[in-house]
Ligand binder design. Structure first.
Ligand code: BDR
Ligand code: CA
Length: 304
């Protein structure tokens, strides 16, 4: 199995992505790091621990940054509820899985100790990853790839052009895209096509214990408005790892707009090569929605 570290801010769609990753026999989740994003650092960490207890999986958890590098923190509790995972009554977790190290130090250790290069899978704001690359540049040689959920080549979900994870910490995102590492951007272009409808949710309800929990979270995700489809953004990053054939990918140059008066926090994806810069990312520009749906349901069937 491919060794990965998931950096996350659960988050209802993060919860689904974690379920799929933790139950996949093709992935070896070595570490989960938490990042303030959808809700506060404390809340997202509790949520990660609740999920691990629910799944019965013993993956170490390290707490990361409680705010962005420069910007004031924002959250997405309007989408995920005030707990970050409204809709299901989880058992209260113990702190047994929590490492004493900061996420950045834990990532460094896990990467440097590994025999094989590690893939980083950030599905929240990129603060922890940026800090890691700046503080411990020696890790770069042992990072296989960074497969991140964030950004967009077209519309945003936080601003006209800006996607939440990039908008939340654009300076961190800029550091990650310019690090000289293989980056895969799994953004809104594909997230907006990774949809779960009421009939799919009804199937999850009776699928298994995990499916039922996710069904209950979905009743609160985005205020429960499921008719136009719930977007499984973060699962797309996991889908890229496990079934890249469902994506159309463009090798291109990506930068992050820090100061635009209308476009701050958007990814500038130079698909036409105007900026004459060498490619620094593979950008997922399209997704086969049927393949995604089939993969998604099949993956969740593997859960308990
Ligand atoms: C991203 O923002 C968060 O609300 C989701 O968990 C996802 O990571 C989508 O823009
Ligand atoms: Ca997320």
């Amino acid at each position: 199995p491919r060794p990965i570290i998931i950096d996350t801010d659960p988050g209802i769609d993060d919860a689904v992505a974690l379920a799929i990753a933790l139950y996949s026999e093709k992935l070896d989740v070595r570490l989960i790091t938490t990042i303030a994003g959808n809700v506060s650092l404390q809340k997202v960490t509790t949520n990660a621990l609740r999920l691990l207890k629910f799944f019965g999986k013993n993956v170490p958890v390290a707490l990361g940054a409680d705010r962005p590098l420069i910007k004031a923190p924002i959250d997405a509790s309007d989408i995920h509820g005030s707990t970050g995972m409204d809709g299901f009554e989880f058992e209260e977790p113990t702190e047994d899985l929590v490492l004493k190290e900061h996420a950045v130090n834990a990532m460094r250790r896990v990467i440097m100790e590994s025999d094989e290069p590690i893939t980083l899978v950030p599905i929240g704001p990129l603060t922890n990853i940026a800090l890691l690359l700046k503080m411990y540049p020696e890790v770069k040689e042992k990072i296989a790839e960074i497969v991140l959920m964030g950004g967009s080549t077209t519309r945003g979900n936080m601003g006209v052009m800006s996607e939440f994870n990039i908008f939340a910490d654009p300076e961190a995102a800029k550091i990650v895209f310019s690090a000289g590492l293989p980056v895969v951007m799994v953004g809104l272009d594909v997230g907006l096509k990774a949809l779960v409808y009421p009939e799919d949710s009804a199937e999850l309800k009776v699928m298994n214990k995990t499916g039922n929990m996710i069904y209950q979270l979905f009743q609160k995700y985005r205020g429960g408005s499921m008719k136009t489809g719930l977007k499984m953004y973060d699962s797309c990053a996991i889908a890229y790892l496990l079934q890249p054939e469902m994506f159309q990918v463009a090798d291109t140059f990506v930068d992050v707009e820090l100061n635009g008066s209308l476009t701050a926090g958007c990814t500038v994806v130079d698909l036409k090569g105007y900026l004459k810069q060498p490619s620094n990312a593979k950008v997922c520009v399209d997704l086969d929605p049927d393949m995604f749906k089939q993969w998604f349901m099949e993956s969740l069937r593997k859960c308990n």
